[in-house]
Design a protein. Structure first.
Length: 480
């Protein structure tokens, strides 16, 4: 990575001050719609917002808040922020979309009285009759010249990660992902040989996964979408860790809990080490005796973790996760709980969902055939919904998206595009790589954000089979 790009990436990531400002802004925005300015709640929240704004520092003459392709920016720094959280930012941004807004810019000299008037002003807008031009004119009439509404087009011209930065993120993701696979392999081999497992090394790789997902979840999710790695055993546990941590980050878990979740995910299938190798690699469908043996692995996993690892909170959670990850939300599954049907933990519920998704979409040996990711999600939502926590399943569906990462799609321009990441604001307009057209696959793919106004002419028509065009998705993702 060049020093310039490294500096750009560092500057593109916002800190806690920006996160607090963003959250306080949307909470204040919604509070203004519910109560008037004399209300105690309004005044208390406004004090929180003023403090958050004051903590941003004085580096910029303007404070800009922008939403681009589902990502939130404060002064060109991308903020790790879930718009569906308590602040309800998604509802506000949806309204902004109707108005043609992409953000707001505050002059650093703005007074608190003007800020208060701004929130009152925005609480009265009507998307059915207003638009960004009419609102900008009304701001002038209300003598709120220190505030500027940004159009979606002008917001998109800044704040987005450059193509070079995205490439660097993806390079980092590949390094982290394959290091994680290597750690899983080492765990399996050491467990088979009854040797000590390097717990410190395992925790370090989990923290590397957390760091990457916190700034850029899409590149790791893209790697997890590859289902034909040479040794699926190691890839599966890595995939489950990536998906689980992505869910954990979206839930807002703190770093300590994320560390325990990632650790639990990496060890969830360790009990299979104690099963016959020919059972794990059996190419035929399982018979009843095979299933009886396979259903022992959660119990064996818990015993193995407790026996082989030094006991601490990570180990305790991992043991319980290994034991519970096949116990369904309705208490079906295995092991059978005859006496104490205690609800499974949050970690177990998360791992149950992502383990099922990865298994069904990868065509593991005892399933005979893989199922397309979008069909797996539908199956889990409708045919298997009683097995999973409904809220967590919905959140995971948002991660997978309408067009799952790794899918090849045809655009209205007759171009072929590979889905790289989903856009939380509009799931039909993901971030893609244009990899070819009707004449064949390009030597150098083109990166495109379908949410950007510059790509209004590009729309997804349908998914297509990569084999029809001689495209090996796995090799293409790893090479580009």
């Amino acid at each position: 990575m060049t020093p310039t790009v490294e500096k750009e990436i560092h500057r593109s990531l916002a800190g806690k001050a920006e996160e607090k400002f963003l959250n306080a802004f949307f909470v204040q925005y919604k509070t203004a719609r519910i109560v008037d300015t004399n209300n105690k709640t309004f005044k208390q929240q406004f004090e929180v917002f003023k403090k958050a704004m004051g903590n941003l520092g004085t580096e910029y003459d303007f404070i800009e808040l922008k939403v681009i392709a589902g990502r939130y920016f404060v002064n060109e720094s991308m903020v790790r922020f879930d718009g569906s959280g308590l602040s309800g930012a998604n509802a506000v941004v949806h309204e902004w979309d109707k108005l043609g807004m992409g953000g707001i810019s505050f002059n650093r000299t703005i007074s608190f009285e003007e800020l208060e008037q701004f929130f009152i002003f925005m609480s009265k807008i009507k998307p059915q009759s207003d638009n960004i031009d009419s609102l900008s004119e009304k701001l002038k009439q209300n003598k709120l010249a220190s505030i500027k509404l940004l159009s979606k087009a002008s917001a998109s011209r800044g704040g987005m990660l450059t193509e070079e930065m995205v490439k660097q993120y993806r390079t980092q993701a590949k390094s982290t992902f394959f290091k994680a696979m290597s750690v899983v392999k080492e765990i399996v081999v050491n467990t088979q040989q009854e040797s000590d497992v390097n717990i410190a090394k395992t925790k370090r790789i989990v923290h590397s996964l957390i760091d990457h997902i916190s700034k850029d979840e899409s590149s790791l999710v893209e790697l997890a979408s590859i289902k034909d790695f040479d040794d699926y055993t190691y890839a599966h546990s890595t995939n489950v860790a990536v998906y689980s941590l992505t869910l954990g980050v979206r839930l807002g878990l703190d770093r300590a809990r994320l560390s325990q979740l990632g650790f639990t995910a990496l060890f969830h299938d360790i009990g299979k080490v104690k099963l016959p190798t020919d059972l794990i690699t059996k190419p035929d469908a399982y018979d009843e005796n095979d299933w009886i043996q396979m259903q022992m692995h959660p119990h064996l996993g818990a015993k193995t973790i407790l026996r082989n690892l030094k006991f601490d909170m990570h180990t305790a959670r991992a043991a319980r996760g290994a034991f519970e990850h096949h116990i369904n939300n309705d208490f079906t599954g295995y092991p059978m709980l005859c006496l104490d049907k205690r609800e499974t933990t949050l970690f177990s519920k998360i791992i149950s969902i992502v383990d099922t998704f990865d298994a069904l979409s990868s065509g593991r040996v005892y399933l005979k055939k893989n199922i397309e990711p979008e069909d797996v999600i539908k199956k889990m939502q409708y045919q298997m919904k009683v097995k999973f926590d409904g809220f967590l399943l919905k959140l995971f569906n948002d991660i997978v998206g309408v067009y799952p990462v790794g899918s090849l799609v045809l655009l209205t321009t007759d171009e072929l595009a590979l889905i790289l990441s989903n856009n939380s604001t509009d799931k039909t307009k993901p971030y893609v790589k244009i990899v070819g057209d009707k004449n064949g696959i390009f030597d150098s793919p083109e990166w495109a954000d379908l949410y950007s106004p510059d790509n209004d002419h590009r729309r997804i028509v349908r998914k297509v089979e990569p084999e029809r065009f001689g495209l090996d998705v796995k090799d293409f993702i790893l090479e580009h």
